[in-house]
Design a protein around this ligand. Sequence first.
Ligand SMILES: Nc1ncnc2c1ncn2[C@@H]1O[C@H](COP(=O)(O)OP(=O)(O)OP(=O)(O)O)[C@@H](O)[C@H]1O
Length: 551
Amino acid sequence: MKKRFNQSSEVTELLRPFLAWIMLSAGAGIAAGAATVALLDTINHVLHYPEGLTGNLLLVFTALCVLVLIGRMVSDMSTNLVGQRLVAQIRKTLARKILGAPIDALERYRTHRLMPVLTQDIDMISDVAFTLASTVIAIAIVLGCLGYLAWLSPQLFVLLIVALIVGATVQAWAQARGVAGFWKARDLEETLHKAYRGISDGAKELRMHRSRRSRVLEDQIDLTVDKIRAINQKAINTYVMATAFGSALFFMLIAVVLWWATIQHPAPEVVSGFVMVLLFLKGPMEQIIETLPGIGRAKVAFQRIKDLSVRFASPEAYLNLALEPSMISLNESIQLVGVRYAFNVPEGGEAFVLGPIDLILKPGELVFVVGDNGSGKTTLIKLLLGLYAPQEGEIHLDGKPVVADSHDDYRQLFTTVFSDFYLFEELVTDEIYRAHGLSEKALPYLQRLEIAHKVSVKDGTFSTIDLSTGQRKRLALVHAYLEGRPVLVFDEWAADQDPTFRHLFYTELLPELRTKGHLLVVISHDDRYFHLADRVVCMKFGQIVDNSKYR
Ligand SMILES: Nc1ncnc2c1ncn2[C@@H]1O[C@H](COP(=O)(O)OP(=O)(O)OP(=O)(O)O)[C@@H](O)[C@H]1O
């Protein structure tokens, strides 16, 4: 119950900026509905009027037709506007929440869970928003028709209400069953997405392994798809049966009206009016009912979006997405003081704890971070970069603690190339860089890194990034050169390079960057080159076990 209350309050919150449009849509819809009912009354009147549709009646009929037309259009257009703006707003808000979410929260919420929310769930809301306009008008027509019927004959209206209660009960049952089904199906969509990622990201591995391939296909994809199909089919069938029952109920009701007329002999206008309006009412009623599965699915989608929203509800306190590029500098040192970070305990395992770590890094230093797999090198780097917030301890920049307000500025000190780096095609978007001829600036670096024959820079964008892994890493290095930030951090950068280039990286490129005054932090397993470092920080089980000077 609490969940539902929260959901509706969040919907209200989302709709608040569009209140004026919603009122306009509702007003126009009600006007169109009332005009439709008045049209039905006019038709009923004309049927029993000897002179037919002439004179004033014709004028009234025409005016009502125009009112229905305008009312429908205004209502449709305003609801459509609200729906589309709402979807756009959800899309923008979610993107901002993801951009502002702490990195560890993002790492826990895997991509296969994120993508269905960002695509499928939002599309579902968009689809329903599109059908909502005609549903609003249908509701207005139904209410108007009910009022008209009550006015025509209160006794028959009571009968109608009984039938409506029976129909609504069946619909409510169908709705509950349907929504339960949609929830189950939506959970399975995530499993399916994970399997889809497996067959796209693991395409090469699956091509090489027949039994794994058939297992993924049969046990994961086919099975999940079939389950989703069966659940959706059952849920929709429930709605279909309820709709068919509702339809039959209408004709039964008409039969009862006709039977009542033979006994009670009411005025002919009452009987014809009732039968005509009931027949007409069937259309809008069915339209409302047909929207219900969509609304059921949209409810599920909305809850998913809300879950994601809640999960990322606490953005990094210090992240302001509208900040200008920072002019921050490193003058003396970066210091980690008693920094500690522990991951959540994995199921059936032990949580990894890094620290407490004390470390000082200075401009113009070349520092290697080394250690066994899983010893905590990348975690240490993520803390150094300010990507993970220390659970204990502090980071000091030039002797001053990095606090919430300065945290995002602090991160602008670094250029990083992670082992699982993402290469943006767009190189640097700042106007300053464009104005100074980025492509000319990039050329010497591209030549130095031996990729000038493959890639160029035009309008701040690499001409291609369809390259080998090693070449793509070289492009990331070009990026680092051009940004010219004080600290460069490389996580196993040389691992994908050929021996000649690896040699060049350690013996020439890194020393050159150091000479320019950069602080270089390099995660490496290349022990042949450790002697080139000023310092080697050796990690073991989340602790620094050696931090010795080499030179
Ligand atoms: N997102 C995570 N959630 C839980 N535990 C994690 C997570 N990322 C890393 N770990 C754990 O933290 C430990 C240190 O990982 P880290 O990536 O820092 O090691 P590393 O020294 O960089 O290893 P490698 O040389 O293999 O890259 C590992 O034991 C790993 O299981």
